[in-house]
Write a protein that binds this ligand. Structure first.
Ligand SMILES: Nc1ncnc2c1ncn2[C@@H]1O[C@H](COP(=O)(O)OP(=O)(O)OP(=O)(O)O)[C@@H](O)[C@H]1O
Ligand SMILES: [Mg+2]
Length: 454
């Protein structure tokens, strides 16, 4: 869309030449010969910037500027004057003019000023919308009793340095809880450093956490500070801690005991003041009893345990969450905001929600994309749900090579699973009973682009 600029000047010649020049530069120029006319035009259509003369019969440019700032404070204003005194310029700036140009106006200078003003304005708007998005991403939504209990626990637990273990199924909001804990803790102004223990290859976890010295292993081309150091003064969030390789568990335990460590390949001791939060969707007690997670480490990391309830245990939150995700998606994509009908919400409430809040979020967004109706109807929601598992097995094909048929079936299964679990590779691997690395290999071999399927 062309940026729209309103030009106000009592001299018809200036209006004509400026609007012609602006049009040539790709702007849509509106003109007004008096302040009164300018206000009429502003009432008719929104503009991106205003350019105004100062000395005019009737209302002058300064008074016009003051009124504009009352009515549409967000629209940037540039003033131009032939009799510019320092005093007028200062006054104009105080009133909120973004720039002041002298008449006769050098066209190049004016166009440059306008471009800068519009760019600044766009940046400010982007900034506001970005912080909105960040807010959208970190608010814990849900008025259910279970969420109330969770919030109260977060409030209480945040104000200490005690390590906290966050437990909950896939997509219940564990990471969100970790961020909420950090934001409400005395460390809120400091770093929040997350690491997903399942996503980092086992042999790199140590250097990722504790850093390394230059040349300590092939590929260590420079010294690197680990996440512990990066989180100094703040919070370190070890996500999927149940997947931490066993040798590393012993090292982590030692660091937690004496607060000191050495970088990989280094000798000097490093100290970092870190509050540790961890999370897992695994049955951590089971991992301990199977000898896959150290019991002494578990005691170290769970001074407080926070359980995030599954969505099916708090179905009363479904409608609020749906509204929240629909609004956030509309803001992010600049869609017109739409609601979900009562029947659509009923359908959503009844789902099993194995992928919990993340799955709900995906389905809400998919329904909004697939359907144009307002409100979104029950049928639209059904269309957006993952395909129900077939009651009978698939029909057995009469021909084709076994290898191709098997590949095709595997491809379909993995794609569906990726979709259902929001592209969360660890969980997909788990639900299929595969190692992560095996799943990656399979996807590569079958030509599945993991990011695309999510
Ligand atoms: N109570 C909530 N209010 C708003 N959004 C939520 C809530 N719970 C979860 N979400 C959203 O659902 C998605 C999944 O949340 P999050 O990543 O925190 O879950 P998780 O438990 O860490 O998942 P995983 O087990 O897969 O790591 C995110 O987009 C998050 O913003
Ligand atoms: Mg998580």
């Amino acid at each position: 869309m062309k940026p729209r600029v309103l030009i106000l000047d009592d001299d018809p010649g200036t209006l004509a030449s400026l609007s012609r020049a602006f049009a040539l530069e790709g702007y849509e120029a509106l003109t007004a010969g008096s302040a009164a006319r300018a206000f009429e035009r502003l009432a008719e259509e929104p503009v991106d910037a205003i350019l105004s003369d100062v000395v005019m019969p009737g209302m002058d440019g300064l008074e016009f500027l003051a009124r504009v700032k009352e009515r549409v404070p967000e629209v940037p204003v540039i003033l131009m004057s032939g009799q510019a005194t320092v005093e007028t310029a200062v006054k104009a700036t105080r009133l909120g003019a973004l720039d002041f140009v002298e008449k006769p106006v050098g066209l190049d200078r004016l166009l440059l000023t306008l471009r800068n003003v519009l760019r600044l304005d766009r940046l400010e708007r982007e900034n506001r919308s970005l912080s909105r998005h960040v807010q959208d991403e970190i608010t814990l939504v849900g008025g259910s009793a279970a969420m109330g209990t969770l919030r109260a626990l977060i409030e209480r637990a945040a104000h200490s340095d005690a390590p906290i273990l966050i437990l909950g199924e896939n997509g219940t909001g564990k990471e969100l809880v970790a961020r909420a804990l950090h934001e409400r803790s005395p460390r809120r102004g400091e770093a929040f450093v997350p690491m997903n223990c399942a996503a980092v290859p086992a042999e790199l976890v140590e250097s990722e956490l504790f850093g390394h010295e230059k040349g300590s292993f092939s590929g260590a081309i420079a010294q690197r500070r680990g996440l512990f150091e990066q989180a100094d003064g703040g919070t370190l969030f070890l996500d999927e801690i149940g997947d931490m390789p066993t040798p590393l568990q012993a090292k982590l335990l030692r660091v937690l005991q004496d607060g000191r460590f050495t970088r990989v390949g280094g000798t000097g001791e490093v100290r970092a003041d870190v509050r540790l939060l961890s999370a897992t969707n695994r049955e951590i007690d089971l991992l301990v009893s199977e000898g896959r997670f150290r019991e002494d480490l578990l005691y170290r990391i769970n001074t407080v345990t926070v359980r995030v309830p599954a969505l099916r245990e708090r179905r009363e939150d479904v409608s609020e969450l749906t509204a929240h995700f629909a609004e956030a998606a509309a803001r992010r994509n600049r869609w017109k905001p739409r609601r979900f009908s009562t029947e659509a919400l009923d359908v959503l409430r009844q789902q099993p929600w194995r992928g919990n809040v993340r799955e709900l979020r995906n389905i809400v967004e998919r329904a909004l994309i697939l359907s144009g109706s307002d409100p979104v109807a029950a049928a639209d929601v059904r269309g957006a749900l993952p395909a129900a598992p077939a009651s009978r097995g698939p029909a057995v094909p009469a021909d084709g090579l076994l290898r191709d048929l098997v590949d095709g079936f595997e491809r379909e299964v993995i794609r569906e699973r990726l979709k259902a679990l929001g592209g969360h590779v660890t969980n997909v691997a788990k639900s299929l009973g595969l190692e992560r690395s095996h799943l990656y290999k399979k996807c590569k071999q079958l030509g599945i682009d993991i990011r695309e399927e999510a």
